[in-house]
Write a protein that binds this ligand. Structure first.
Ligand code: 3PG
Length: 211
């Protein structure tokens, strides 16, 4: 995948972006099995744990998911993430150096935006798929609609505070490609090794995400 159009079609096909914060490499394989069994097609491994790189590498090798890196804050992290197998890079905000590194590496980047100014910055950088973050604390659907209105070319992956109950409302918006969230894979699930719970929540979400 080397351009944002490809990423947009992956996201539009997947509709769901499970956000994974994983502290143990041993978890990667059963977690990927559970996500695939639940019908997820892509996932984001956040760079919030020291093991993120190894977890990303293991999930990328496992197959069955288009896996990207999340919470990427620096160009160096983007480089490491791509070397570990990330097919795309997600950031909580917009950082021109991270965007430049992703361009250099030939991977699509999805910057976070929370304001019209940030969205204009992303669009002027040639990026029209953005993460609305943190979607619910920013005001949820009314905010998304108001922000999307002046920018018909923008496509959103709202993330932050979204759960099973709210996802369908977001997905009904034409400007929304996919919704992201950690509700399908919580630290509690991972702590107790509850892969069946992860599979079930993912399957329920996948079911709700199909029109
Ligand atoms: C992210 O990194 O995208 C968010 O922290 C996920 O948000 P959530 O935990 O509220 O779903």
């Amino acid at each position: 995948m080397n351009d944002t159009d490809d990423l947009a079609s992956v996201l539009a096909g997947a509709r769901l972006m499970p956000v994974l914060t994983v502290a143990s490499t041993a978890t990667a394989s059963p977690l990927a099995d559970a996500l695939v069994a639940g019908g997820a097609r892509c996932a984001e491994v956040t760079f919030r744990t020291p093991q993120a790189e190894q977890v990303l590498r293991a999930i990328a090798k496992h197959g069955g998911l288009t896996v990207g890196a999340g919470t990427v804050l620096t160009p160096e992290q983007a480089e490491r993430a791509v070397a570990a197998g990330a097919r795309f890079v997600v950031c909580p905000g917009f950082d021109a150096e991270v965007v430049a590194m992703c361009r250099k590496l030939g991977v699509p980047v999805v910057p976070g935006v929370a304001t019209a100014t940030e969205l204009m910055t992303a669009l002027r950088a040639g990026i029209d798929t953005v993460k609305l973050f943190p979607a619910e604390p920013l005001g949820g659907l009314p905010t998304l609609r108001a922000l999307a209105a002046p920018f018909p070319q923008a496509r959103f992956v709202p993330t932050g505070g979204i759960g099973a109950d709210l996802m369908a409302g977001y997905l009904a918006e034409p400007a929304v490609l996919a919704v992201g969230g950690s509700w399908m894979v919580t630290s509690a699930h991972l702590k107790r090794g509850d892969y069946e719970g992860i599979r079930r929540l993912t399957a329920e979400a996948a079911e709700r995400s199909t029109p």
